[in-house]
Design a protein around this ligand. Structure first.
Ligand code: G
Ligand code: G
Ligand code: MN
Length: 569
């Protein structure tokens, strides 16, 4: 570094040759022209960007690099600014020597002579094509789906909002078809997600092939598409379209290796204005109709109608009823003992939630599935767990230690934070975790093998016991059952009911449990004859009205005190 204090004033002037060098080597494209825009000099970066060497460029007007895309007025304004203010900057389209156009940021400055007249112009040109490309990509991602290159949900909502206003003015009907591929999860599971993507792209192409003038197709994510029909002439046109959508999927789909797969779709249809006049409402109603089509057997369409509307309103009422009920203390927990068959002593109790609403008990199967569809199931689950912890505390003051089992719904069990929720409740209420058991239905346990095993092991780490509920109704794989860390298996009531005629299933389940050293409980035992039969088949425990119905805490405490317990502790 030169020492500033010792340099003479002459030394501090940067040599003129250095400016020339800077001009030649900078990455910024630069041009010097005379006052009329005739090129006098260009730098290396200019030659690289525009394709003209300095020799080729000199002597030409600046419109050598002009694109011809801008009109007379554009250049007039530019020259006006240059003459009056000595500078101009802005976006401009330029042309390269090879003829290709590119967006640029042009900055021009006038250099004045001694008389104060502009003698030269100095311009720098920045290539904006990369930036513009990236901007376009970002915009594309915001409005389109990459896999199928179809517009996405954001685009749909925009288009719908516009179409609705347009149709309100013209009095036309607009129809939304919500399309969902049937059993697509299975396709992904069997062939892998990348093959799933291949199929999705093919399915999108086929649906696209049906587009008529004014119609549009969107991918909302996953295996869900929306077909928007802008001007629906009549009901027949809707059915015709729905059938065309179903038909276009009929031919088998082909993988690269030539393997064939068949895909079906289910379609839900809603019309504007009849089924809603807001985009979200129309989409939701089409979605509800689509789910109806799935429930009715898939590979078909369903039109949103009064009964779906009524069902939806019923659900909505129940949902707000649950919320209010939790607030007003309308929920209670009853307990039902499970009894050791040989000694008739209670080994544990199942917690069963009850909703006492306007003096009537609402059955759990009427509100649990609805609570599952919202996050209210969390609140109910916490409520039951807290109740169970409190009852365990009450029992402890009576020197009684009996485990309590809690039913966990499928959504709850597969919720990502279920283990955390359990851990938090254990910390907060501090029950002996060995006195807590979770009942998970066989169907729930079989849903996603890997995930299920991981959650089960995590719960076991917390010290909680696990049982499989309603066993026999859910097509278990025995190999998989053997891997699960469960202590108890409950045979579904249906098989206990059939046992007098045919005890094949019950005896087989009991034999499997013995083999796997799993405790086995018969559910819904109502008669002494059933109990005798179960004892003979070697069943360990039973639960049912024969012993005790689900009852409130005080009745259960008396039952335990008079019949005795068989505690695991
Ligand atoms: O007694 P009963 O009608 O309660 O129970 C009907 C169904 O509701 C059963 O399948 C039972 O497992 C379920 N159930 C009862 N209480 C609860 C609960 O607290 N949570 C969940 N998820 N299900 C429950
Ligand atoms: O699915 P889960 O096992 O959680 O269901 C328990 C259900 O079985 C509860 O609704 C409970 O009230 C009911 N239940 C318990 N014992 C009997 C019984 O002996 N007979 C009948 N019909 N239902 C029973
Ligand atoms: Mn149960």
């Amino acid at each position: 570094m030169p020492h500033v204090a010792n340099t003479s004033s002459h030394d501090r002037n940067v040599p003129a040759a250095l400016f020339k060098q800077l001009f030649d080597t900078t990455a910024e494209s630069m041009v010097i022209t005379d006052r009329n825009g005739i090129i006098l000099e260009v730098n290396q970066a200019f030659s690289e960007l525009c394709g003209y060497s300095a020799e080729e460029a000199r002597g030409h007007n600046m419109n050598l690099v002009g694109s011809g895309r801008h009109d007379q007025a554009f250049y007039q304004e530019m020259w006006h600014a240059l003459r009056h203010h000595g500078r101009w900057e802005g976006n401009i389209w330029n042309k390269k020597k090879d003829g290709s156009l590119y967006p640029a940021w042009l900055f021009i400055n006038g250099l004045v002579d001694q008389d104060g007249q502009i003698a030269y112009f100095f311009a720098s040109i920045r290539d904006m094509s990369e930036l513009r490309k990236r901007e376009r990509q970002v915009a594309f991602l915001a409005y389109y789906d990459i896999l199928t290159r179809l517009p996405n949900r954001t685009s749909l909502l925009k288009a719908l909002a516009k179409a609705i206003i347009h149709n309100q003015e013209s009095g036309q009907v607009l129809t939304v078809f919500c399309i969902d591929i049937d059993n697509f999860k299975l396709i992904n599971d069997v062939f892998g997600p990348s093959q799933g993507d291949v199929l999705l792209a093919q399915a999108a192409k086929r649906l696209q092939s049906l587009l008529r003038d004014g119609d549009s197709l969107y991918r909302l994510g996953g295996d869900e598409f929306m077909y928007l029909m802008q001007e629906t002439s009549d009901e027949a046109a809707v059915y015709l379209m729905a059938n065309r959508l179903l038909d276009v999927m009929k031919e088998p789909f082909l993988f690269e290796e030539g393997r064939k797969v068949f895909l079906n779709i289910s379609i839900g249809i809603s019309n504007c204005p009849a089924d809603g006049e807001a985009p979200q409402e129309l989409l939701r109603n089409a979605d509800l109709a689509m789910h109806k089509a799935k429930r009715e057997g898939k590979n078909r369409y369903a039109v949103y109608n009064q009964s779906i509307r009524a069902m939806q309103q019923q659900r909505f009422r129940t949902e707000s009823g649950i919320r209010a009920g939790l607030h007003k203390g309308e929920f209670l927990v009853h307990y039902q003992p499970k009894v050791h068959i040989a000694s008739r002593k209670t080994t544990s109790m199942e917690a069963l939630i009850r909703w006492q609403k306007n003096g009537r008990l609402v059955r759990p199967d009427l509100f649990i599935p609805i609570a599952e569809e919202s996050n209210l199931i969390d609140n109910l689950c916490i409520f039951v767990m807290e109740n169970a912890c409190s009852f365990l505390g009450t029992l402890k003051t009576h020197q009684v230690a009996v485990p309590i089992s809690i039913n966990i719904s499928p959504r709850q069990f597969h919720n990502l934070d279920f283990v955390d929720l359990t851990e938090g409740l254990l910390k907060q209420h501090n029950p002996d975790p060995r006195l807590l058991e979770f009942e998970i239905t066989e169907r729930t346990a079989m849903q996603d093998a890997k995930h299920t095993l991981r959650i089960m092991h995590n719960l076991r780490q917390l010290g909680v016991a696990l049982s499989i509920d309603d066993f026999g109704t859910g097509y278990s794989s025995l190999a998989y059952l053997g891997k699960m860390p469960v202590q108890t298996l409950k045979i579904d009531k249906q098989f206990i009911d059939e046992m007098e005629d045919n005890d094949g299933i019950v005896s087989t389940i009991i034999a499997i449990c013995k083999q796997m050293r799993i405790n086995v409980v018969a559910e819904g035992v109502e008669k002494e004859t059933q109990l005798a039969q179960l004892a003979q088949l070697g069943c360990d425990e039973a639960q049912g009205y024969l012993f005790c119905r689900p009852e409130p805490e005080d009745i259960i405490l008396r039952y335990l005190q008079s019949h005795g317990i068989r505690s695991p502790l």
